[in-house]
Structure formats: C-alpha cells, structure tokens
Design a protein around this ligand. Structure first.
Ligand SMILES: Cc1cc2nc3c(=O)[nH]c(=O)nc-3n(C[C@H](O)[C@H](O)[C@H](O)COP(=O)(O)O)c2cc1C
Length: 333
C-alpha cells in the first residue's frame, strides 16, 4: 500500500487531497462526510473583508442613527444578512468543525486592504483553526496603479496577517502578475508558508436583455489545471514555501500531475459540486491504484519529479515549448 502522507506547511496530512473553500464547507454534516470520504483537510468558505467591515459600519450607523455616512460606499456590496454567516458565527463554525472532525480545519480570510479586519486571522486561530488561508482577490482597474504599488499592497497585507497568527499561513493568489516568480518570492519573504495557485477570476457576463453586467461562475475542468502545473513546476525548489494547487483537480491523474509538478496538496471544489462528496473516495482509491501500478511507494517521492529542475528538458516550460507546440500544430501532426 503506497504512503499517501504529505507535509503541507508543517501539517502532516494523511493524503494530498484537500477540499478548497466553497459553500459546501458551510455545513457541518458535509465537513464530516468530507472526512469520512477521505479528505485530508478542509479549507472553510471565506470570511470576507467586506463582511467584517460592513458589520462594523452597520453597528456604527446604529449608534449614530440617521447618519448617511458609508451609505453610498456600501450600496454595491451585499447586505450583511446576505452572507451565509456573520463573522461571529464563522468563528463558531470553526470551533464546531474542530469538534466534529479530526482532520485539520483551515480558516479562509478574503480581502485586499490592510485594516482592522485582519484581526480575524487571530480570532480564527483562537477558535481552533489549524492554519489560515488568505485569499487576495484583487482586480486592478486603475491605469495609474503600478506593478510596484500593487505588489506592495499584497506584501503589506501578508505581513499584517502574519503578525496576527502563529499558525501556518497560506496565501491564495491569481496568476496575473508581470513576473509571478518575483512576486511569489516577495510573498514568501513577507511570511507566507504556502502559496495557493490560483484563484479563478469569475468573469462578469453581459445580460443582453436587461443590459446588465451579471456575475458568472463556470465550474472548472481538468484543462484548468495546466496553468497551475506550469507555475508550480517552474517555482518548485526555488522558494522557501510550499505550493498548493487549486483549479482543475478532478481526477486521480490530476492529483498525480499536481504532485509531480511540486505541489504538497491538490485542492478540489468543482468536481465535488459536479459529482458529490463521494467523489473524494473514488479519486483516492484511483490514486492508490495508479501508484501501485506505477510502483510509486510514496507521494513524497513523486513531489517535484516533473518540476523544471527535474525534467531533462527544462525549456519545455518556457518559450521553446510554445514554439514547438505552434509549429507542430501548424504542421498538422
Ligand atoms: C461556488 C463557489 C464558491 C467559492 N467560494 C470561495 C471562497 O469563499 N473562498 C475562496 O478562496 N475560494 C472560493 N471558491 C474557489 C474554490 O475554492 C477553488 O479555488 C476554485 O473553484 C478552483 O478549484 P476547482 O477547479 O476545484 O473548482 C469558490 C468556488 C466556487 C465554485
């Protein structure tokens, strides 16, 4: 029987299959089932900066009745009651989840600005979270905002959250940076123990009947994984951080590829939304079977074995591969 254990930011996990944040994780019965079906850890649905600041504004406006302050700024956000859980219930949820399962429970904090809301990282730790995942989901739209400024926004936020907690800190980011290796190094220096590749940016669509911009969530497919594989493979062994892959992990082979690129864990959401929670045990069974058939004794041996540092053709991850792919396609092969 192959050894599936993996060490993610110092958390020893029984296998590399982790459930990533989604509303599935709001429900304690689901979390229990995730553990039963084999998930090695669960990252809870995010607590959003806006949720925390909205609540404090709401409290504030209750104290200063009739005040119009903040009114316009908060029009664009959901109402406090629209969130499934308020900040306090979120902390209770962490606590209940910890009392329900024995796998690690990771709290998720989602925001972009340095401010009082980062205290919730500490509150998550106090509520029993085994680690915090900070999701920095920022879409720059100001043409005057420089790369340097933006990178500093991330760095300052990572430092601020790091200062709040002693438990491991993972940072989930998107792929759209001018130099991903550079910012990844900066984020590691700022105190991230792991980088989670990548946020999927949900693309707004146009409703042509109402002439409105509408939110649009597409579930991923295995092809979503490729972007993650490339970047983890390039950065593996070059930075003092662990990597997690989120986006496009649907099958056992997707988990194998993630490990070979150099990730410590492969996270799953879309596949669970599509096929249900028992899919976790199907993937884990197939993973064990694949490892037996290919004579891999452990997940650790596999980790990084296809990274840029390990493959015989490192240029396969760079421009040479691009030229090769195009030429090959045009030649009709
Ligand atoms: C309905 C839905 C809700 C999500 N909510 C969160 C969230 O609260 N915080 C977060 O970091 N990611 C959230 N995600 C992103 C997932 O955790 C995951 O990173 C992404 O879907 C890519 O993984 P996948 O291809 O396995 O779905 C959500 C995804 C979906 C589909």
């Amino acid at each position: 029987m192959p050894e599936l254990r993996t060490n993610y930011m110092g958390l020893i996990l029984r296998n590399p299959l982790v459930v990533s944040p989604s509303p599935l994780c709001d429900n304690l019965d689901n979390i229990k089932k995730m553990e039963e079906y084999g998930a090695s850890a669960v990252v809870l649905h995010s607590l959003f900066e806006e949720q925390i600041t909205l609540l404090s504004h709401e409290l504030d406006s209750n104290l200063t009745q009739g005040s119009e302050s903040f009114a316009e700024a908060i029009t664009y956000f959901p109402e406090v009651g629209d969130f499934r859980m308020g900040p306090e219930s979120y902390l209770e949820h962490i606590n209940k989840a910890k009392n329900t399962v024995s796998i690690p429970v990771i709290g998720s904090l989602n925001g972009i600005s340095k401010g009082g809301w980062v205290e919730y990282a500490k509150k998550m730790e106090e509520a029993g979270a085994d680690a915090v995942e900070l999701n920095i989901y920022f879409i720059p739209s100001d043409p005057n905002m420089t790369d340097e400024y933006l990178t500093n926004v991330y760095i300052e936020l990572i430092k601020a959250v790091r200062a709040e907690i002693k438990i491991p800190l993972a940072v989930k980011i998107g792929p759209y940076f001018t130099s991903l290796p550079y910012v990844a190094k900066k984020f590691a220096d700022a105190g991230a123990d792991a980088l989670v590749f990548f946020n999927r940016f949900y693309q707004p669509d146009f409703d042509l009947d109402r002439l409105e911009v509408t939110p649009h969530i597409n579930l991923s497919t295995s092809s979503t994984l490729l972007l993650r594989l490339r970047w983890v493979a390039i950065l593996y062994g070059r930075l003092p951080v662990d990597f997690a892959i989120t986006g496009g992990v649907h099958t056992a082979k997707d988990v194998v590829k993630s490990m070979m690129a150099g990730a410590k864990v492969a996270m799953m959401t879309s596949a669970l939304l599509k096929y249900g929670l028992p899919h976790l045990s199907t993937v884990l069974k197939q993973l064990t079977q694949w490892m037996e058939e290919h004579e891999y004794e452990s997940i650790e041996i596999m980790q990084g074995s296809m990274s840029q540092k390990s493959v015989t053709e490192p240029s396969a991850f760079e421009r040479a591969n691009y030229m090769h792919a195009l030429t090959k396609y045009i030649a009709g092969s």
